[in-house]
Design a protein around this ligand. Structure first.
Ligand SMILES: *Cc1c(COP(=O)(O)O)cnc(C)c1O
Length: 382
């Protein structure tokens, strides 16, 4: 490719590194994953079949929840969780000012009044003491994979849904994220940048059998079999959708789940290397987990001055840093134009946020390149 500079007299390894484009996140697929998918492709089942139940059991056991229900996407899982909780136009749902749109869209989709809660300056998780007393439901986002401390909530809404899309593999003193120790349901995503992947996919875990039943019903168009009227007979009392995961995706999920602990260890190690390498630089390193807590390190959200320039410099050098996220109040669909004033901590953090590449397949060599380019960007004149 033309952008490899062959005039450099560097070693072949360094030249290859220079030519390498580094994403902010990436899946890790091995031969076992491929074999697991192929096996299902050769079977009688493509869409929801026996692998789904096995994946659900394995995921539930992994996070120490009673039930897991697999979905086509993490977003579908969030929508279904809101539906299963019976939330609608008469309810107020709140979530973090800094998250992906899906954390709020699930409430908007159900007709809820949606409002936001400002983040804590240090952790960038929503401030548990700022959850308003009139909130009926909370979508608690474990931002970047750092678990929010739900035991510190000043107000416990009737419904608590953990948006754990970043936090599979994280633990709190009360056990793994997903065991719903302080919530009704936890939602995971298996998008390729997340801790494990099924291509697209998601799941809800819960300890409530009724919720699990409703989640399965919503996943399948709201269909309720009524065999007393004939084996074929069913009725639909409330609309669901087709939110099903395929059987070969579930096989991939099971195979990936076997390597989750290793993935998280690698992410933890890489995050620690960023902490060390950036400690002397003009960068706020990403929030760390307290003793007794395990960070899933889905993202490494550093905070830098002149973010726009730093972002452009790194992209010009094929380091594809990202910004997580444009605060939710900035999206016109939330109708919160006074957001920057109401959520000053989110606004201040947003101006400087920059997610550095972090994924299990990131080599130390590539990470060192990210660090040196970042430091170069920070020390160069605008
Ligand atoms: C990824 C993500 C989702 C949605 O997951 P998909 O599987 O991509 O639909 C929801 N919330 C947060 C915070 C996410 O990062």
């Amino acid at each position: 490719m033309t952008w490899v500079d062959h005039s450099q007299s560097d070693s072949e390894g360094k030249r290859r590194l220079r030519a390498m484009s580094i994403p902010y996140g990436r899946q890790m697929i091995d031969q076992d994953d491929i074999a697991a998918v192929v096996e299902v492709l050769r079977s009688d089942w493509l869409t929801q079949g026996p692998s789904i139940e096995r994946f659900e059991r394995k995921l539930a056991d992994k996070v120490q929840a009673s039930f897991a229900v697999a979905f086509s996407h993490g977003t579908a899982a969030l929508y279904a969780a809101v539906g299963a909780a019976g939330l609608g136009p008469e309810h107020k749902l709140v979530t973090s000012a800094i998250s992906f749109i899906a954390s709020a869209a699930c409430g908007i989709g159900a007709g809820c009044r949606v409002d936001l809660v400002d983040v804590e300056e240090e952790t960038l998780n929503l401030d548990p003491r700022a959850v308003p007393a009139d909130a009926d439901a909370l979508v608690a986002v474990h931002y970047a994979g750092l678990p929010i401390d739900l035991s510190r909530l000043s107000h416990r809404p009737r419904v608590i849904i953990e948006d754990a899309a970043h936090a599979l593999g994280a633990t709190t003193p009360d056990g793994p994220v997903g065991n719903c120790a302080h919530s009704d349901m936890s939602v995971f995503s298996f998008h390729p940048v997340k801790a494990i992947t099924t291509g697209e996919g998601g799941a809800v875990t819960t300890n409530d059998e009724q919720l699990a039943q409703r989640l399965r019903m919503i996943r399948n168009h709201g269909i309720v079999p009524k065999p007393q009227h004939g084996a074929w007979y069913y009725e639909v009392e409330s609309i669901g959708s087709n939110y099903r995961l395929t059987d070969f995706q579930a096989a991939l999920g099971m195979s990936q789940l076997d390597r989750l602990d290793g993935f998280i260890e690698r992410r933890n190690r890489l995050a620690q290397r960023y902490d060390e390498a950036l400690s002397g630089a003009n960068v706020s390193i990403a929030p760390r987990a307290d003793p007794g807590w395990r960070h899933a390190n889905h993202l490494y959200p550093a905070r830098v001055e002149r973010r726009q320039d730093v972002y452009r410099f790194l992209h010009d050098h094929d380091v594809h840093v990202q910004v997580h996220y444009v605060p939710l109040y900035r999206h016109p669909v939330l109708k919160l134009p006074d957001g920057p004033d109401r959520f000053p901590k989110a606004e201040a953090a947003y101006e400087r946020l920059l997610s550095l590449p972090l994924f299990p397949g990131l080599s130390f060599e590539a990470q060192d390149r990210v660090v040196s380019l970042l430091i170069e960007a920070l020390t160069s004149e605008g």
